[in-house]
Design a protein around this ligand. Structure first.
Ligand SMILES: Cc1ncc(COP(=O)(O)O)c(C=O)c1O
Length: 400
């Protein structure tokens, strides 16, 4: 199991399907915001497993919950009642205001469930309506349904024909969304902040306007908070920034601190469109993942990590803006809380990512010109200062 990097790379090259362009690095240990690779080198982790490790690495609450959960049944089946699943659903209902939950194992599955629920709702309550309006540049997952919802042609190429019934409109353009509504539309599906698409937040008036349009036309508002949910943006749910509540909400990534889980929450009246047999998942809502998720939620809420993420995110963005004022190669700083994007002038992102990595900081290049920063919500001031210093050196080196 404890191989050196060269042998991990060789084995991956021979036997793992080549669906990922991987960076030359294998991480084996983590503590808080820091990780160590196979060669013992240390990094500040501002990727956080792509918004999964919100509590950082080796958090005592997560470790204790995993140990404790191992003493109970790991898996039974949804043939039977599952105590921790019921408790997690109740906790999420109390926190989100959405009364019912369906559990699965990933973000794509949560969104697939949301799409299926919206279609069922449309067939039952909506006279056969099934179309879903999504945003250009969005990302909702890699199943055929969620790919059809995803507004980035590069992910869809070669997999057509995709399920029909998805319409894409530019983000933050309310008239375009209004014009796309027809008699077959059942829902609007959006990320409050497009993460994978390059860190583009919905404007405050836009999401409010979308909610009003949905209410006026009897449409469901589906918010994909797989990346933004659970404190990342400075509120427990990003929708709280906008003063709106969705009819359907999807969560995954941070929910069980690295143990796979996804959740699709819905209002009672909408959830009623699913009856026994309508949807299922063998692993969904298993006792192990649910126990860990309950511990993660207790920590996020109990320690008010959304407020800490806001404070840390404001501090980080102020530092990045100072940096942008000094360096021509940074053209914009965007984001909310600790979901931060840096727009670079030119095709610099992969080079900055590599320069930062060689200096002990992990950041994520999205395409050629955006850097995404996703530090854990527990990140400290000193770690933010250290990251800013490394980033400045990496940007300078990459633009030379
Ligand atoms: C907003 C959003 N939705 C859905 C997904 C898909 O989640 P998963 O990779 O767990 O299927 C992602 C993953 O990055 C995401 O950011």
């Amino acid at each position: 199991m404890n191989r050196d990097f060269a042998s991990i790379q060789a084995l991956t090259g021979r036997h793992v399907m080549q669906t990922y362009s991987r960076l030359p690095l294998a991480l084996v240990r983590g503590e808080g915001a820091r990780v160590w690779d196979t060669e013992g080198r240390q990094y500040l982790d501002f990727v956080g497993g792509l918004a999964v490790n919100s509590l950082g690495h080796g958090h005592p609450a997560v470790t204790a919950a995993i140990r404790e959960a191992a003493d109970y049944v790991l898996h039974t089946s949804n043939l039977y009642y599952i105590g921790p699943q019921a408790e997690l659903a109740a906790r999420l209902a109390e926190l989100s205001g959405l009364e019912r939950a369906f559990f699965c194992n990933s973000g794509a599955e949560a969104n697939e469930a949301a799409i299926k629920l919206a279609r069922r709702f449309g067939r039952r309550a909506g006279g056969g309506r099934y179309k879903i309006i999504c945003a250009a540049n969005s990302f909702h997952g890699r199943t055929l349904g969620t790919l059809a919802a995803t507004g980035q042609p590069k992910y869809r190429a070669g997999f057509e024909p995709l399920p029909e019934g998805f319409v894409h409109v530019p983000l933050n353009d309310l008239p375009a969304l209004a014009a796309a509504i027809d008699s077959e539309t059942v829902a609007v599906m959006l990320e409050p902040v497009q993460g994978e698409g390059g860190v583009h937040p919905c404007l405050p008036d836009y999401l409010k306007g979308v909610r009003e349009l949905c209410d006026r036309h009897g449409l469901l508002l589906i918010l994909d908070e797989v990346q933004t949910g659970l404190g990342r943006t400075g509120r427990l749910f990003a929708f709280e920034h906008y003063g709106v509540r969705p009819d359907i909400l999807t969560l995954a990534k941070a929910l069980a601190g690295g143990v796979p889980i996804g959740a699709m929450l819905a209002r009672e009246e909408v959830a009623a469109a699913f009856e026994p047999g309508a949807h299922a998942s063998t692993f969904g809502g298993n006792p192990f993942a649910c126990r860990v998720a309950l511990a993660v939620l207790d920590t996020i809420v109990g320690q008010d990590l959304p407020a800490k993420a806001k404070e840390a995110g404001d501090y980080l963005r102020r530092g990045l803006e100072r940096l942008a004022a000094r360096l021509d190669c940074v053209s914009e700083v965007r984001g909310m809380g600790l979901l931060v994007g840096l727009e670079l002038a030119g095709v610099l992102a992969p080079r900055v990512q590599a320069e930062a990595q060689s200096r002990g900081l992990l950041v994520n290049a999205i395409g050629q010109s955006v850097l995404r920063l996703l530090p854990p919500l527990i990140v400290g001031r000193d770690e933010l200062d250290e990251a800013l210093e490394i980033l400045e050196a990496a940007l300078a080196a990459a633009s030379n």
